[in-house]
Design a protein around this ligand. Structure first.
Ligand code: SAM
Length: 246
């Protein structure tokens, strides 16, 4: 069945997204490995090296927005020194619950905390964080310009925001492969592992509709970010954008 994504009104979009992550929370991490053939590890690794959390006891507080089960947060907490703290914020309590349990198991509960929050309306004071990251989250937010403004608001001056997201494949030939992969293979894996293909069809649609890298850079500038730049990875399957709050 077709999900009818194109006709979904803005206010219902969040409900659809919430439903997807409610259904997959327990299996989210394994799904990530299967669907990206392990590539999400490489992309997140690139994000952490750009972010460069400081070694030693220098205080560094990251907000990992749409942080889900804490995957990015744990990587940053492990890469940074004793001064590194990460707040994971996500709209979905089920994803956060999985994250909290994992933080305990990994002995990272002292460095990583979890908080329910909507990216469009963050419950944090202005100028709170040294950096903000959002990995594979921004395309799920109904009103992206609001989320970008909020990310900038909670950053300290001089702080940087990073957005890791699926982008537009710019390698001839690879675009066709990617198209087939995302429309056939991803929903098929979703059906086998989570018992449901439909939510994944929706996610694949949201990837398709996400703006290309230059257009997204402009959205970041419009939200007030300075020195905005980006890098494409894996032939444009994914792009990493960043911008400063000056
Ligand atoms: N960042 C994690 C990672 O890379 O593994 C999780 C990414 S997952 C694909 C997308 C996450 O975005 C989900 O956990 C979902 O609950 C969250 N999300 C969706 N809409 C949101 C919103 N409006 N505010 C905050 N988080 C949201």
């Amino acid at each position: 069945t077709h999900f009818g994504y194109r006709t979904v009104p803005l206010q219902e979009k969040q409900a659809l997204v919430d439903d997807v992550f409610h259904k997959v929370a327990q299996r989210y991490d394994i799904m990530n490995d299967l669907m990206s053939a392990g590539m999400h590890r490489v992309w997140k690794g690139a994000l952490v090296s750009k972010l460069r959390p400081p070694p030693g006891d220098r205080p560094f507080h990251l907000l990992d927005l749409a942080g889900g089960t804490g995957d990015v947060a744990f990587r940053v907490a492990e890469a940074g020194g004793t001064g590194t703290r990460v707040t994971v914020a996500d709209i979905n309590a089920d994803m956060l619950a999985v994250g909290r349990a994992r933080a305990e198991t990994r002995g990272l509960a002292g460095k990583v905390d979890f908080q329910e929050a909507n990216a469009e309306e963050l419950p944090f004071a202005d100028r709170t964080f040294d950096a903000v990251t959002i990995a594979f989250g921004i395309r799920n937010v109904p009103r992206i310009p609001l989320a970008l403004k909020e990310m900038r608001r909670v950053l300290k001056p001089g702080g940087r925001a990073f957005v890791l997201e699926f982008s537009k494949v710019d390698v001839p030939g690879l675009d066709k492969v990617y198209e087939t992969y995302s429309f056939k293979v991803i929903p098929a894996i979703g059906k086998r592992v989570a018992g449901d293909a439909e939510p994944y069809q929706y996610l694949v649609e949201s990837i398709r509709r996400f703006p290309h890298a230059e257009a997204f850079a402009q959205m970041m500038r419009d939200a007030g970010f300075k020195r905005v730049d980006f890098m494409r990875m894996t032939g444009g399957v994914v792009a990493l954008h960043w911008g400063f709050r000056i």
